[in-house]
Design a protein around this ligand. Structure first.
Ligand code: UDP
Ligand code: MG
Length: 316
């Protein structure tokens, strides 16, 4: 079964058209499907329109948020409620094309866990959209080691068990493939169509650039150090401490053996600062270790994910 998850925030003009197009494509697949619309606290007629569609078509499911929680939260809710083995996400604004879905599914059959859309010919403004996103894509792919041209494209297909592993906060939907690296997912991309937005307004401005940069740090951390934060903080901390220690040692030698005055030297303050920040960072690392342990244990989550088991009894 296939679940299509669509976050929608004030998209009343787009939804009826999207639904018709989507239905045509999905009916032709010859597989069971559901369409999950997540109304992210819309203040226009989005919910009423969805309700009307869902009353006629039982394959359409609607989740309505009490207020606007953001696209990431909407996708998370969609993943949680999806019944399919494969989950497809797309935008409600008709910028993604439902006709690309069969090709995504075709590619999934080659054994991938995530197939990501690549808006090769993107129909968005250059300076406010395409340029920042080109830079972001380049950095994300360098930093995370997951090489995609277009992280920002919502049109993607996921194996459900991968999608359901996510715990999503903030604006992390853009990083779903990069985060999936943590789960050992096999990821690829295919070019998809992209259309200009005809109805309604884009929900994001240039302001998201800063959030994306911060998120890159977070993803790097989550992917590589979540189970051992002490190595990150402790590593930097020890280095700073070491440099500070050498500086002070040098000054002590000057003072004791050469009788020089060191009280007025900026180096003295630098050394003290480095030693103190070093100690602070190491302690932060230790506290982070404790938090990470609490994190895994409170959730009953394991720091590993098993792909398959042979002849292994289920634990009680
Ligand atoms: N969206 C949402 N909640 C939000 C912002 C956006 O559910 O707080 C939905 C929106 O309705 C659309 C998708 O996320 O279906 C992508 O938003 P948008 O088209 O504004 O982003 P852009 O294409 O401009 O990057
Ligand atoms: Mg859009």
């Amino acid at each position: 079964m296939i679940s299509v998850v669509i976050p929608a925030y004030n998209e009343e003009e787009n939804i009826p058209i999207l639904y018709e197009k989507l239905k045509k494509v999905l009916d032709n697949l010859g597989e069971d499907y559901e369409i999950i619309f997540v109304d992210d606290g819309s203040t226009d007629g989005t919910y009423e329109i969805l309700k009307e569609i869902a009353q006629k078509d039982k394959k359409v499911k609607v989740i309505r948020f009490r207020r606007n929680f953001g696209q990431t939260a909407a996708m998370y809710a969609g993943f949680e409620h999806a019944k399919g083995d494969i989950i497809i996400t797309m935008d409600a604004d008709l910028q993604n094309d439902p006709e690309d879905i069969p090709r995504l599914l075709e590619k999934m059959k080659e054994g991938y866990d995530i197939v990501s859309g690549w808006r090769k010919d993107r129909k968005d403004p250059f300076f406010s959209r395409k340029l920042p996103s080109m830079i972001a894509n380049w950095i994300i792919s360098k930093v995370t080691g997951v090489h995609l041209h277009d992280y920002g494209c919502t049109l993607k297909a996921y194996k459900a068990d991968i999608a359901k592993q996510y715990r999503l906060y903030g604006d992390m939907h853009r990083f779903l493939p990069a985060l999936a690296k943590r789960f050992g997912a096999k990821i690829t991309e295919i070019p998809v169509k992209h259309h200009p937005r005809l109805y309604g307004k884009s929900k994001y401005g240039i302001g998201r650039t800063i959030r994306v940069i911060l998120d890159i740090f977070l993803v790097k951390f989550l992917n590589e150090y979540i189970t051992r934060p002490l190595y990150v903080f402790g590593g930097i901390g020890l280095t700073l401490f070491g440099v500070g220690f050498l500086i002070e040692l040098y000054l002590t030698v000057l003072k004791l053996f050469f009788g020089q005055d060191i009280g007025h030297r900026p180096l003295l303050i630098l050394g003290v600062l480095l030693i103190l920040s070093g100690i602070q960072l190491v302690s932060t690392g230790i506290i982070a270790e404790l938090i990470v342990r609490t994190y895994y244990e409170s959730k009953g989550e394991k720091p590993y994910i098993i792909q398959e088991k042979i002849n292994v009894e289920e634990e009680k």
